[in-house]
Write a protein that binds this ligand. Structure first.
Ligand code: ATP
Ligand code: MG
Length: 633
């Protein structure tokens, strides 16, 4: 059966379809009902079924793959590689679960995990899953303020933190951040477990609160801990959205639906079978990290490669050397990371034997065509753009090469994934728009398995954030999209990224795509800035592939960008000003912070900067604004 047939069945006969897919995982007690949709838009999948994510990810594979690698944790920061078999993973996860129990953590309790991409972060997640505790991984790069916000929302019984992270060879001690976050939080956790890698030995302990992992690990030895069988709809974890558009939302996920959706996607989307190898360059703190560094590959008995470090250190060949060494079949990364690599010689990629590598999946933000072409040429493998949100937990739009490899269309993340009933509708009328017409991308509920069940402790915010935008009960993605005649969907940016130039509504995303088409450009951000005459005008901030301080070259590049936009989108869209900078402000997840750029460009307060990655980028922008644009006025 091709994609169309399977997709239709997933939409027309969801209960039959998902009932069959549910067989891919282990159920301690099989579900009594596939779908309960009696309280729209809330829905419950696999009602009455009892299962466990840790059992499915670890124990279930012991009879057949105890000696196969489950996890390869590579750190070019600490210079270590750990190759962990399923047998070893089982032992370490059990020990970690025993530690959790000793620290008083039980079923339904929250545990905040604040760690970089190291093996113990994975053990900790799986250990929580084993005993039915709800983990909430907070990206290790977040500052104390972000951590405190999430602690107060999740109210954890335990915080697990690494002693330190590292970035580009620099040690970033976590303990002071943990102490600061606990001091700031209204409801600090009673216990803090520190997993030390000996990076920050100087930290004093808070008596009665802080515990040491190594000491407890020794104390529990090879203790085994019973699996807690959870009802399919009990919460498995919380994960906060990136906060690109405002206060992060605590996305809550279930157990059974999530496991089934991941198992299905590993086969149909990522085309990874038991025993094969997947390498996702994500951080465990993001949605991709949860689904495709930890749970997805392990649930199907594959090997997952976890990487801590920069993509160009020790050189820009590091990821590709790992692909060669471990025989990676499917790689998963982000457009931002590829744009970073684009500044390096393609030979770093080409010199490696990538004969086992079948696909590169990219997600997280729009994949501009020049970047897609560059990496496609460099690798000679299909580059598959896929679209999702923290909320969905697995791709909503994608190609499904494991089922039916459709031709890649650059600029498009493809088709609705199985079970996703998606439409592109008119913002005002809610009517479905025709091919080539722009509208809001929505999902008709019930949301498929794997997607969020609600916002933690806040059903009202769940309804108002996602389901209150149209007369009909629809999940709004808050992203603009266009579908072409063949059904390929294109994402045009966020619904709040539209600017109005002299009565013309322009997507900043379209202008960015056009600017990126100018060869000298590495990356571009386009925002709308208030203008007395036209209402708003487009303004560009761009980085160059080859940075230069030479004024003539900068002006030439900036003029080139304006011309390119004018030629492709018309004079209305021509950027009023182009600023060339050395870095663009992004969130820690690599997404452009357009709202802060826009505020700065209008002389306003840049707003909540707690998710900002690199403070220098903001300084760069401020300096550029003072200095004046390279082109325009
Ligand atoms: P917040 O919701 O807190 O503002 P966020 O939306 O940035 O933060 P995420 O859930 O990490 O948090 O990101 C999802 C968003 O990323 C999507 O809604 C979309 O705007 C963008 N995105 C993800 N993948 C793609 C893709 N392949 N193409 C275009 N945009 C994408
Ligand atoms: Mg979002």
């Amino acid at each position: 059966m091709g994609y169309e047939d399977v997709y239709r069945r997933s939409i027309d006969e969801p209960e039959a379809f998902w009932g069959e897919e549910a067989r891919a995982i282990h159920w301690h007690v099989p579900p009594r009902q596939v779908l309960d949709y009696s309280k729209p838009p809330f829905r419950r999948w696999f009602v009455g079924g009892q299962t466990n994510l840790c059992y499915n990810a670890v124990d279930r594979h012991l009879p057949e793959r105890a000696d196969q690698l489950a996890l390869v944790a590579v750190s070019t920061e600490t210079g270590t590689t750990r190759e962990i078999s399923y047998r070893e993973l089982h032992r370490d996860v059990n020990a970690f679960a025993a530690i959790l129990l000793r620290l008083g953590v039980g079923r339904g309790d929250r545990v905040v995990i604040y760690m970089p991409n190291m093996a113990e972060a994975v053990f900790a997640m799986l250990a929580c899953a084993r005993i039915g505790a709800i983990h909430s991984v907070v990206f290790g790069g977040f500052a104390a303020h972000n951590l405190a916000l999430r602690i107060d929302d999740a109210q954890p019984k335990l915080l697990i933190a690494a002693d330190a992270g590292m970035r580009g060879g620099k040690v970033i001690p976590y303990k002071p951040l943990v102490d600061e976050a606990c001091a700031k939080a209204a409801t600090p956790p009673p216990k803090v477990l520190i997993v030390s890698r000996g990076l920050d030995p100087a930290e004093p302990k808070v008596a009665g609160r802080d515990e040491d992992y190594a000491t407890l690990r020794q104390a529990v030895g090879d203790e085994q801990v019973d699996v807690a069988w959870l009802e399919s709809n009990e919460p498995s974890y919380l994960l906060y959205t990136s906060g690109t558009t405002g206060k992060p939302k605590g996305v809550q996920r279930d157990v059974g639906g999530y496991a089934v959706a991941l198992a299905l996607s590993m086969r149909t989307v990522f085309d990874v079978a038991p025993g094969q190898v997947m390498f996702s360059t994500s951080d465990v703190g993001w949605a991709v990290g949860h689904s495709y560094n930890v749970y997805g590959p392990l649930i199907v008995g594959a090997t997952s490669v976890l990487y801590e470090g920069l993509p160009f250190h020790p050189d820009a060949g590091i990821w590709w050397s790992l692909c060669e060494k471990y025989g990676v079949r499917t790689m998963f990364s982000s457009p931002t990371a590829i744009r970073v690599l684009k500044k390096h010689d393609v030979d770093f990629i080409r010199r490696h034997d990538l004969s086992k590598l079948r696909y590169l999946f990219l997600a997280g933000e729009p994949l501009d065509e020049p970047t897609a072409h560059w990496i496609n040429d460099a690798l000679g493998k299909p580059v598959i753009d896929n679209y999702w949100q923290t909320e969905t937990g697995w791709p909503a739009l994608t190609l499904l090469p494991g089922l039916d490899m459709k031709p890649v269309k650059f600029g498009s993340p493809g088709f609705p994934n199985l079970g996703y009933r998606m439409k592109v509708i008119d913002e005002g009328t809610g009517a479905e728009v025709g091919p080539g017409e722009k509208g809001v991308l929505v999902i008709q509920p019930p949301l498929p398995p794997g997607c969020m069940t609600t916002i933690w402790n806040d059903d009202a915010r769940f309804l108002s954030s996602y389901f209150s935008h149209f007369k009909e009960l629809l999940y709004s993605s808050l992203d603009w999209a266009i579908r072409d005649e063949q059904g390929y969907t294109f994402i045009l940016g966020r619904t709040d990224d539209v600017i109005n130039v002299a009565g013309h509504r322009l997507g900043t995303r379209e202008i960015e795509e056009s600017v990126s088409g100018f060869p000298a450009v590495a990356e571009a951000a386009v925002i709308g800035v208030n203008d007395e005459l036209k209402g708003q005008v487009p303004v560009v901030f761009a980085t160059l592939r080859q940075a230069t301080e030479e004024p003539h070259e900068r002006v030439r590049a900036a003029e080139g960008m304006r011309r390119t936009v004018e030629q492709s989108l018309g004079a209305v869209a021509r950027p009023a000003r182009v600023y060339i900078v050395n870095a663009l402000p992004k969130t820690r997840s690599g997404k452009l912070l357009r709202r802060s750029l826009q505020a700065l460009a209008q002389g306003a307060d840049p707003g909540d900067l707690s998710t900002l990655d690199d403070p220098n980028a903001l300084e760069e922008v401020k300096k550029a604004l003072q200095r004046g644009p390279e082109a325009g006025n």
